[in-house]
Design a protein around this ligand. Structure first.
Ligand code: PLP
Length: 411
């Protein structure tokens, strides 16, 4: 870092300011985490420099024998961690992993069934603004209006009616467990591939805190930077039967040179997740989410779908008369970072929304437990209800954070 500071003080200052921002506030974005210095070291390594198109032992560039070891470690550790038959660790992101998985299983114009973006699905699950919605014939399922839980009867009816080639389960703002066995049954009934996009809860599955999708799905896509606490990136797990199709879809179909520094960092993160401490972490993330959810609920913030089984919760703000966008702004002013989010059947447009999404991966990494999360809930409610109290809440946030600082101030 000293070298960067001497050569490019302007950019070095950006890094320092971002560190200050993270150390100075409560990070409640459900899709973020605070990765370890070891993962950051691999990311900032000379493996960044190496071209390695292809796979270990079969590259289209010379000099890959060293980086091959990093990718082999990542693959072996991913298979061990998730009990998977095959792992591809090259996708640059979760969206790339989904693109590759679709490319392996679908042709343009084929039908897929996936969760509606407005009910918690991801952009890559068939939004018209995304390649998935433009290139495939997408049928969407959602949650029931009364329970706000996935409507499995609707999923089955749509599957029987439309005969999709791929059924996608998994979501970006769904706080409850997904019943992968039911999705497997529906997929078998209609002869569809089952793709589980577990970008969000993969870390909880790795740590054994919630049931894994791997035994049920033909293909599992995920990100490495959320609850899993690794580098930004994606990954795919699949059955031995689909290994060749998945590998060819990642390279050469949608990507060329893999990011070998990121692949190495994924190996480090998988290694960390294989340790027993990570299991403790994953369970603590869920316990903390429940404590936060109870605390918010007790003060009038209704959790969509009645609570959480995972690391995140979606909050309906309508009883407070505050939009998601306004809540996000008020929290930011009080040193609390979270995001607005549509809720199912939201009367407001996505830029405004009636909800917000919060999660506990970061605060749990920082060492907080249910007691602190209860207090965090109180601070969030105060920040949203009383914008005039922002400075006071910010002070209380700083006092709480004093004992839970991530990284040191120099890192
Ligand atoms: N799939 C789901 C369910 C997600 O929640 C996300 C990201 O939030 C992605 C895919 C995409 O991941 P990335 O942002 O790495 O492309």
């Amino acid at each position: 870092f000293g070298r960067l500071q001497r050569q490019d003080p302007e950019l070095a200052q950006v890094l320092l300011d971002e560190l200050d921002r993270v150390r100075g506030g409560l990070q409640l974005i459900a899709s973020e985490n605070l990765t370890s210095p070891a993962v950051l070291a691999a990311l900032g390594s000379t493996l960044n420099n190496k071209y390695a198109e292809g796979y270990p032992g079969n590259r289209y560039y010379g000099g890959c024998e060293v980086v091959d070891r990093a990718e082999r470690l990542a693959i072996e550790r991913a298979c061990q961690l998730f009990g998977a038959e095959h792992a591809n660790v090259q996708p640059h992101s979760g969206a790339s992993a989904n693109l590759a998985a679709y490319a392996a299983l679908l042709q343009p114009g084929d039908t897929m069934l996936a969760m509606d973006l407005l009910h918690g699905g991801h952009l890559t699950h068939g939004s018209k603004m995304n390649f998935s919605g433009r290139w495939f014939d997408v049928v969407s399922y959602g949650v029931r209006r009364d329970t706000e839980l996935i409507d499995y009867d609707e999923v089955r009816d749509l599957a029987v009616r439309h005969r999709p080639k791929v059924i996608v389960c998994g979501a970006t703002s769904y706080a409850r467990l997904i019943d992968f066995a039911v999705f497997r049954g529906i997929s078998d009934e209609v002869g569809a591939w089952l793709l589980a996009d577990v970008a969000h809860p993969i870390g909880l599955m790795a740590g054994g805190a919630i049931p894994s999708a791997v035994p049920y799905a033909d293909v599992v896509t995920y990100t490495t930077h959320k609850a899993l606490r690794g580098p930004r990136g994606g990954g795919i797990l699949c059955t031995a039967e689909l290994a060749g199709r998945i590998d060819r879809a990642v390279y050469p179909f949608i990507q060329s040179g893999p990011l070998m520094h990121a692949v190495a960092a994924k190996a480090v993160a998988f290694g960390e997740a294989l340790r027993p401490e990570f299991g403790e972490y994953a369970k603590q993330v869920v316990a903390n989410a429940q404590a936060l959810c109870d605390s918010l609920g007790a003060e009038g913030m209704r959790p969509v779908s009645g609570g959480t089984d995972t690391h995140l919760m979606l909050i309906d703000l309508r009883d407070l008369g505050v939009s998601g966008a306004e809540a996000e702004r008020r929290c930011a002013a009080a040193g609390i970072t979270l995001n607005r989010n549509v809720i199912p059947y939201d009367p407001e447009p996505p830029a405004v929304t009636s909800g917000m999404r919060v999660g506990t991966p970061c605060l749990t990494t920082q060492g907080m437990g249910p007691q602190e999360l209860k207090e965090v809930g109180t601070l969030v409610v105060r920040a949203v209800r009383h914008p005039g109290a922002a400075a006071e809440v910010k002070e209380r946030v700083s006092a709480l954070l004093a004992a839970f600082q991530p990284y040191d101030s120099e890192y």
